[in-house]
Design a protein around this ligand. Structure first.
Ligand code: GLN
Length: 497
């Protein structure tokens, strides 16, 4: 295997091989990424850089490697979304209300990564409490995508809410990153940033120590440059966890092992309801192209129907805010987080702390959530949304009687300019039409880069699998990746910025 000359261009798989065979030390590799992170500050991809800790972790990894004690991610530098609690390292969830929060504990997923030998470069920027599709709701300011449209200097969004992670992976500031996905926050930013992201089945990764948004939808997952890297990272992140009763006690397969098995004989379902009016023709063309690629490799393509798809977005925007309003009740300025000064009494303290601590999108969600759960409206909104959720999940069960995996577009369009959609929350919510269904049904979904628009911006395809069948999703993803041969990279304009 010929390695790229610049270590920040390594894939996770290449770096694993290079570090464990001592072609490069973790110290040297980590040093290169620390420098890349510093140079890329104009992107605002990190809320907190942990360079000293990264270099210490790298030195410790090198000592283990010298002794031949090599764990699966030994010495490999990663970026962590700032929604994962990291012991002793500030964890903000992109919010002012947690801007001074230093957790006394480590999330299970990040602990799994450190136990596998990984190195932490820092905490990535994100939409506040993971609410958003563009990273513009962050208290710490928007992330600028490394991508720009052809012949344009306009600053583009990296997608959201895991925008800092997507930008870091796309700009080679880390080997890979963690994300979380409640309605699309791994897949949408991955797709519009030309990277790979998988939201595993609900329960595959522990939610313990991840700041909660909507607990019945939230899942952690990897964001990487290749499908193989996603397979490697998911294996390390996933586990059953006694501290999360919704994590599932099933063996974690070796996702990498089955990756090159090909798609011969697999049935690929095309859900006709995912063809939306007004979507750019490039999206449909890429979708058909994806089906052709899989057919050419021996898969059978079948049309399927998911009749309740049109209710998914309204259902999500009732269920997610309802759960968020309950989860966010804990931020009261008393137990931890931002505390308002000069409060007259306890009620005033709550009101001022929350008023100052939360941004407008978070307040909007709390208001909607409280409304749909209030007596008199509960039956009309929340209960009906729960019923629709069941029907949406049933659509998938029925579709999977006819196929092994579903192929859809990942997003209804490419990245947009910063500021373009902030005035209209509903147009922002529409970014997730193809992804929220998957969270409502609890299924695994993968975004793979598949092409560029005429304007030179990345587009992705989505593969949706049966519950706990990440193996097939990744295997088909690998087939799409091979056919698409997506090699475009953003120009590194930020180096001169
Ligand atoms: N964009 C969606 C929202 O704003 C999804 C966010 C997510 O998956 N965390 O709710």
């Amino acid at each position: 295997m010929a390695l790229p000359s610049n270590p920040t261009d390594f894939t996770l798989a290449e770096a694993r091989e290079a570090v464990s065979s001592k072609k490069i030390s973790s110290r040297e590799l980590t040093g290169a990424f620390v420098k890349a992170v510093e140079t890329a500050r104009p992107l605002n991809a990190f809320v907190t850089e942990t360079s000293d800790r990264a270099l210490d972790m790298a030195v410790a990894s090198d000592a283990r490697i010298a002794k031949g004690d090599i764990r699966p991610l030994e010495g490999l530098p990663l970026a962590i979304k700032d929604l994962f609690c990291t012991k002793g390292v500030r964890t903000t969830a992109g919010s002012n209300i947690l801007s001074n929060f230093v957790p006394p504990y480590e999330s299970t997923v990040s602990q799994n990564l450190w136990d596998a030998g990984a190195v932490m470069l820092g905490k990535t920027n994100m939409d506040e409490f993971a609410m958003g599709s563009s990273n513009e709701t962050s208290y710490f300011g928007p992330v600028t995508s490394p991508w720009r449209a052809r012949a344009s200097n306009a600053k583009m969004v990296p997608g959201g809410s895991s925008g800092g992670s997507a930008a870091s992976v796309a700009a080679n500031l880390c080997l890979a990153a963690t994300g979380t996905d409640t309605g699309g926050s791994i897949r949408q930013p991955a797709a519009v940033s030309g990277t790979v992201g998988i939201k595993p089945t609900y329960g595959r990764c522990s939610r313990w120590g991840i700041v909660a948004f909507a607990s019945s939808l939230d899942q952690a997952g990897p964001m990487t440059r290749t499908v193989r890297d996603a397979a490697i990272l998911l294996k390390a992140m996933a586990s059953v966890d006694p501290k999360d009763s919704t994590s599932v006690d099933m063996p974690v397969p070796d996702y990498e092992a089955g990756l090159e098995a090909g798609v011969k004989g697999l049935r690929i379902g095309i859900p006709k309801e995912y063809r939306v009016d007004g979507a750019p023709p490039e999206i449909d063309a890429l979708w058909s192209q994806g089906a052709e690629w899989l057919k050419a490799q021996g898969a059978e393509v079948v049309e399927v129907s998911l009749p309740h798809t049109k209710y998914a977005l309204p259902t999500y925007y009732i269920v997610a805010p309802a759960e968020a309003s309950s989860n966010l009740a804990r931020y009261d300025g008393v137990r931890y987080g931002h505390r308002a000064k000069n409060a007259r009494d306890i009620i005033d303290l709550y009101e001022k702390s929350r008023g100052e601590g939360f941004g407008s999108e978070v307040k909007r969600r709390i208001l909607i959530g409280t409304y749909v759960l209030s007596s008199g409206y509960y039956d009309a909104y929340y209960l009906r949304a729960q019923k629709l959720r069941t029907l949406i999940a049933r659509d998938f069960t029925q579709a999977f009687q006819k196929c092994d995996v579903l192929l859809t577009p990942a997003t209804p369009g490419p990245a947009f300019a910063i500021g373009e959609k902030t005035a209209d929350p509903v147009s922002m919510y529409l970014n997730d039409v193809f992804t929220v269904t998957v969270n409502l049904a609890g299924l695994p979904g993968l975004a793979v880069p598949a092409g560029l628009t005429a304007g030179g911006l990345p587009l992705g395809l989505q593969l949706i699998g049966k519950a706990f069948d990440e193996t097939t999703v990744l295997r088909v993803g690998r087939a799409v990746e091979t056919a698409a041969n997506f090699t475009a990279k953003p120009e590194r304009w930020w180096r001169a910025a």
